[in-house]
Design a protein around this ligand. Structure first.
Ligand code: AMP
Length: 417
């Protein structure tokens, strides 16, 4: 089905065309008609499925033209996400006169006050800063008709739920509410019952599974060889852009320094960086100035970074959900991508939890030509089984040889450069 058959306004259709979208993604096909009908919608599609457009396009169609009063509020857990959704909205509504203001913490009030005073039809906000604006009287929600709670489970994780409730209380009861969440823990269920009216639920694919187009592999290695393996991987893999996830800010900084020494163009993204530094890192990564982005999990959620060819987990994530979110950076909107996880002996349990969570085993592979020292991981019967039950065949676009010991030799692709 084409976008033109969904009941969207002409101006919105022109915006979509200018974006180069040719056909709706599954969540857009399901959510757009429901939101256009005025239904409350719960969406549990993973990020990278086109969920921003799924809620933005029908809301923009309903808003029509600017009235200079805030009729739509979109809450986001992080400033990066808020900025990203604002950019997407501006793109979608470029053929309308609708005004969008973005409001988040960590920066001054001046620009935000101006945008709000200018009569924002839509506010995209993180909860804390929006509450500040409400207290100062610089933002009003008494005419809000469309409320979107995006990444609700992350807002819960970050302790924002009480703020979210206070904000929802400031919105009129006669409104349409959409909520997006990868998981629906009990607190979100309670929020749904309190804030929404007979919502329709849309689940796209399995709630927990990462994009089907991503190929996953695990590289077992001795702890002391982790950074050597990372460097060797980057030398062998033919990547266009890669995000490397680390467990701590300190480690992210250390890895970035190491890779810079090896002549990689590296940016770092974590919460100790200033807003300006984060924006520069993201901007530079998006426009190709940096080929490698080293990040902690704060960057993993929902960030719209197009065309990431590889995600490397330098550390196994401690929560299985984080694995899915990290991997969500690649294989977005049907592009294929590769996801590598470096695993040391102490990662056995979290790795098993991840495999249970996503419902499949991930192949263990060795990097061709790498001078491995021994680790007990190499004795694991599971790891010795070729294919590891993860679907067989060579992982990703890797070409390699199957060893008698059971390992695949993972990617022997050379970088183009
Ligand atoms: P999202 O899940 O909203 O973060 O979107 C993920 C990426 O998919 C963004 O880069 C969007 O611009 C892109 N996208 C969303 N909808 C479509 C579509 N129908 N066709 C092609 N790309 C899309």
């Amino acid at each position: 089905m084409a976008f033109t058959q969904l009941g969207l306004s002409q101006q919105v259709l022109e915006g979509i065309k200018a974006m180069g979208y040719t056909e709706p993604t599954p969540i857009q096909l399901r959510a757009i008609p429901l939101i256009l009908q005025g239904k409350d919608v719960i969406g549990s599609a993973q990020t990278g499925t086109g969920k921003t457009a799924a809620f933005a396009l029908p809301i923009l169609t309903h808003l029509g033209a600017s009235t200079g009063r805030t009729r739509c509020l979109i809450l986001e857990p992080t400033r990066e996400l808020a900025a990203q959704v604002e950019t997407a909205l501006r793109d979608f509504c470029r053929f309308t006169d609708i005004k969008v203001a973005v409001v988040y913490g960590g920066v001054g009030y001046g620009k935000q006050n101006d945008a709000l005073k200018g009569g924002a039809d839509i506010i995209v906000a993180t909860p804390g800063r929006l509450l500040d604006h409400l207290q100062r009287g610089t933002a009003r929600l008494d005419e809000v008709k469309y409320l979107v709670l995006d990444e609700a489970d992350r807002m819960l994780d970050m302790g924002f739920l009480p703020d979210v409730r206070r904000i929802v209380e400031r919105c009129p009861r006669a409104r349409h509410t959409s909520l997006f969440s990868a998981t629906v823990p009990p607190q979100i269920e309670t929020l749904i019952q309190w804030a929404m009216r007979t919502p329709e639920t849309i689940e796209i694919g399995q709630r927990r599974s990462p994009a089907e187009t991503v190929k996953h592999v695990v590289y077992p290695v001795a702890d002391q060889q982790k950074s050597d393996l990372l460097r060797a991987l980057l030398d062998q893999v033919h990547y266009d852009s890669v995000i490397i996830f680390c467990r701590t800010k300190h480690r992210a900084d250390r890895i970035a320094v190491l890779l810079k020494k090896n002549n990689h163009a590296v940016a770092v993204l974590h919460s100790n960086r200033t807003q300006r530094e984060r924006e520069q890192a993201l901007q530079g990564f998006r426009n190709g100035k940096f080929e490698v982005l080293v990040a902690t999990d704060i960057a993993a959620r929902g960030l719209d970074i197009a065309d990431v060819s590889h995600v490397i987990n330098y550390d196994v994530p401690q929560h299985p959900e984080d694995y899915v979110h990290r991997i969500g950076r690649t294989g977005r909107a049907q592009a294929t991508g590769d996801a590598f996880t470096i695993m040391v002996a102490e990662d056995r349990q979290p790795m098993a939890a991840i495999e249970r969570f996503i419902g499949k085993n991930i192949d263990r592979v060795k990097l061709e030509g790498f001078n491995y020292t021994y680790t007990t991981l190499f004795d694991d019967p599971k790891d010795k089984k070729p294919g590891g039950g993860g679907g067989g065949g060579f992982p990703g676009k890797a070409r390699g040889v199957r060893l008698s010991g059971g390992y695949f030799f993972g990617p022997a692709r050379r970088k183009r450069r």
